[in-house]
Ligand binder design. Structure first.
Ligand code: NDP
Ligand code: OXD
Length: 309
């Protein structure tokens, strides 16, 4: 029984060392080194190349080293009927919350406009509004959305969230399901998307949705590029229906250098780095699940293969 780590960035050794430190008794391999495929029972993956998982005949369990699992469902070769887990981690959640708060405060204090003014050496005070003036809406009240909602409440924002099932979070107005989406959008002057990417949520950030927001709303997408219809965002920004957008995620990553988002002065881009799994914080839950698998116990942070998240 051993673990293989499959990812295409330069973090394989980082993960391997952290796992090995926490569990010296387990054999852990990079998929790039020679390793006994038939001994592999668990794969720790992040955007693994398509087809890589099907080469392990005795695989029992797949763990995403991030919160998202969309890349596993998008790969038709991902073995069916194996348990899939994802990361649920307090540090990942607080990092995300800090990202969204940074975007909101930059918007509130007009930093985005000042950046534009600076390129023109323009000294011009811009009107600002205050925390109490805004209602922030969060699409997705899961592990990340809930942490963000609580932080927003602590700062004094009027806060509301939308999810599949209705949530109960102190001082947060909770909306649930398609029937309540329009009402939720109607008062979300700042909208943050923290939904998982599934068949039901792909393309949800589109013209129809943006038109239901109050005029001049600000949008933050830190979930997945597939949630956003890019041309609709540009149209809504140019028409003034939206006043700006902060985007961390894109259909194609890295975002190609000729994508119109780069040159749009109302779009603020970060390179899918809002919140990143910290190995020290996350490794204990990975090892815990490996031990559980060995003992035939129920895994934690299981993904629903029916729902896709
Ligand atoms: P969770 O699974 O904990 O939460 C997802 C939330 O979305 C839940 O509240 C769920 O509702 C709701 N939801 C899902 N589908 C629908 C739908 N069709 N209609 C309404 N609500 C829906 O996920 P996390 O909070 O852990 O993570 C969210 C996403 O954030 C990840 O999937 C990933 O894509 C992204 N992410 C991005 C990062 C970055 O750096 N940019 C870092 C980490 C994550 P319910 O609770 O009722 O099931
Ligand atoms: C994640 C991410 O899903 O980093 O964890 O995007």
């Amino acid at each position: 029984m051993s673990i293989v780590i499959i990812r295409q960035d330069d973090k394989i050794e980082l993960w391997k060392e952290a796992l090995q430190r926490a569990a010296p008794d387990i054999s852990i391999y990079s998929y790039l080194e020679e390793h006994p495929a038939d001994e592999i029972t668990m794969a720790l993956v992040w955007k693994n190349p398509k087809g890589t998982l099907s080469q392990y005949p005795n695989l029992e369990y797949i763990a995403s080293s991030g919160a998202g699992v969309d890349f596993l469902f998008e790969d038709e070769t991902t073995p069916k009927n194996l348990p899939i887990t994802r990361v649920v981690d307090a540090m990942l959640a607080s990092d995300m919350s800090e990202y969204v708060l940074a975007a909101i405060f930059s918007y509130l204090k007009r930093f985005y406009q000042y950046k534009i003014n600076q390129t023109k050496s323009l000294w011009k005070p811009e009107q600002y509004r205050r925390i109490a003036d805004y209602t922030v809406g969060i699409l997705g009240l899961g592990a990340l959305g809930t942490a963000l909602a609580k932080d927003l409440v602590r700062f004094g924002f009027k806060t509301q969230g939308w999810s599949n099932s209705r949530k109960k979070i102190d001082k947060v107005t909770a909306f649930a399901g398609k029937d309540e989406l329009a009402e939720f959008l109607g008062s979300s002057e700042i909208l943050a998307c923290l939904l998982p990417l599934t068949n039901a949520t792909a393309g949800i950030l589109n013209k129809e949705l943006f038109n239901q927001l109050p005029k001049g709303a600000f949008v933050i997408n830190a979930a997945r590029g597939g949630h956003l219809v890019d041309v609709d965002l540009i149209e809504m920004l140019d028409s003034g229906q939206l006043s700006g957008a902060t985007l961390d995620v894109f259909h194609q990553e890295p975002l190609s250098s000729d994508h119109p988002f780069w040159q749009h002065e109302k779009i603020h881009i970060t390179p899918h780095y809002a919140s990143v799994s910290d190995t020290d914080s996350v490794v204990p839950q990975i090892i815990e699940n490996y031990r559980r698998m060995q003992h035939g116990e129920l895994l934690t942070n299981l993904v629903s293969t029916d729902k896709g998240y």
